[in-house]
Design a binder for this molecule. Structure first.
Ligand SMILES: Cc1cc2nc3c(=O)[nH]c(=O)nc-3n(C[C@H](O)[C@H](O)[C@H](O)COP(=O)(O)OP(=O)(O)OC[C@H]3O[C@@H](n4cnc5c(N)ncnc54)[C@H](O)[C@@H]3O)c2cc1C
Length: 311
């Protein structure tokens, strides 16, 4: 990789970076280079140069919905962990504007901070590990609601470095879905409303406790491996965890990877286990559910590998 692509820019770059270790699985391979830009302009120039040189560029959030295969990825991985991408402009609320939040901001911290300020709109996301960019891309959510319900608009740097503002309506948000064009979300604007702080905090607590009760939050995982599929016979969403359970896969393992006893849709990984164990077990689960119920599970977790990203 030609270091002149970033040497003159305000960025921090690490060659042969162990990005798998930065995911919630804490396993998986390296990227040719990991880059943390310190300004939007630096990121913009990076996008332009990588685009012109035809070098693949990916963006890493908090790695909570990501598996990096053991052979890693070619090209560059960008991480928005500099403070410039973690700013919140709360004052905009006073003027009736949506609140602008940098895409590298930690979602859990943001949920707490907005509750502390007596602002509602995000409490449905309590307990979900994410950056704002990752939460937008996945439309993170659960039984209490999703990210989309309070998004006003986003700021996106396209792959060739063009800065675009997109309204939420253009993003076609759906269940764990967002029609995000290729590029990097650098900020999101949220519609937050002044509300009763005590009630908001109580709601945050309720959502968080429900999550802790029903999901193995302490395991190394990427949350739900599969989306809840639509059952063709009823037209309704069926729980993937239930289908995995019915297919007899709870507790099954491959190497260090195991299907959680607590929640069949979580594939955990023991310390020292390999990312490819998770991949092999996920394929196995998919096949067994297909054999058992005739339903093809679609993966929710994003997988990065040398052979191209597995969809
Ligand atoms: C214990 C646990 C519990 C979980 N519970 C839930 C839950 O209840 N509900 C739920 O929906 N999810 C859940 N998840 C999954 C995960 O929290 C969400 O999918 C979250 O949105 C991932 O955000 P991230 O920043 O970690 O993204 P990453 O995992 O880092 O990336 C995911 C995808 O988003 C893209 N991306 C990241 N940042 C940007 C950006 N700035 N611009 C463009 N694309 C970007 C990445 O390129 C990748 O394609 C859970 C995960 C764990 C580990």
């Amino acid at each position: 990789m030609n270091e002149n692509l970033w040497n003159d820019l305000d960025v921090e770059a690490t060659l042969d970076a162990p990005i798998g270790a930065l995911t919630w699985y804490k396993s998986g391979g390296h990227a040719e280079v990991l880059i943390s830009p310190r300004s939007v302009e630096a990121l913009q120039t990076l996008c332009q140069r990588f685009h012109e040189s035809d070098i693949p560029m990916r963006v890493l959030g908090s790695g909570a919905n990501l598996l990096v295969a053991d052979d890693g990825v070619d090209g560059a991985v960008v991480r928005l962990n500099h403070s410039i991408f973690q700013e919140a402009h709360w004052h905009e609320l006073d003027h009736g504007h949506p609140t602008r939040i940098g895409a590298g901001t930690d979602l859990m911290a943001l949920v707490q901070e907005s509750a502390r300020r007596g602002l509602s709109g995000l409490s449905q996301l309590a307990g979900i590990p994410a950056t704002i960019g990752g939460a937008i891309r996945m439309n993170a959510g659960g039984s209490y609601g999703d990210t989309a319900q309070s998004v006003h608009s986003i700021e996106l740097l396209t792959t060739n470095g063009e800065l675009r503002r997109m309204d939420a309506a253009k993003l076609d948000f759906g269940y764990r879905h967002c029609a995000l064009p290729d590029g990097i979300v650098i900020a999101a604007h949220f519609n937050l409303r002044a509300d009763d702080a005590v009630q908001i905090r109580a709601h945050v607590k309720e959502v968080f406790e429900y999550k802790k009760r029903t999901q193995p939050m302490a395991d190394r995982s990427a949350g739900c491996m599969f989306k809840n599929p639509i059952d063709p016979s009823t037209g309704k969403r069926e729980s993937a965890g239930r289908l995995i359970d019915l297919a007899g896969m709870k507790g099954k393992s491959v190497g260090g990877a195991f299907v959680s006893e607590r929640h069949g849709n979580f594939i955990g990984l023991l310390a020292g286990g390999r990312a490819n164990d998770v991949l092999a077990l996920a394929f196995d689960v998919q096949q067994r559910v297909l054999d058992h119920s005739g339903i093809q599970l679609e993966r929710e977790v994003v997988i990065w590998s040398q052979r191209g990203d597995v969809l």
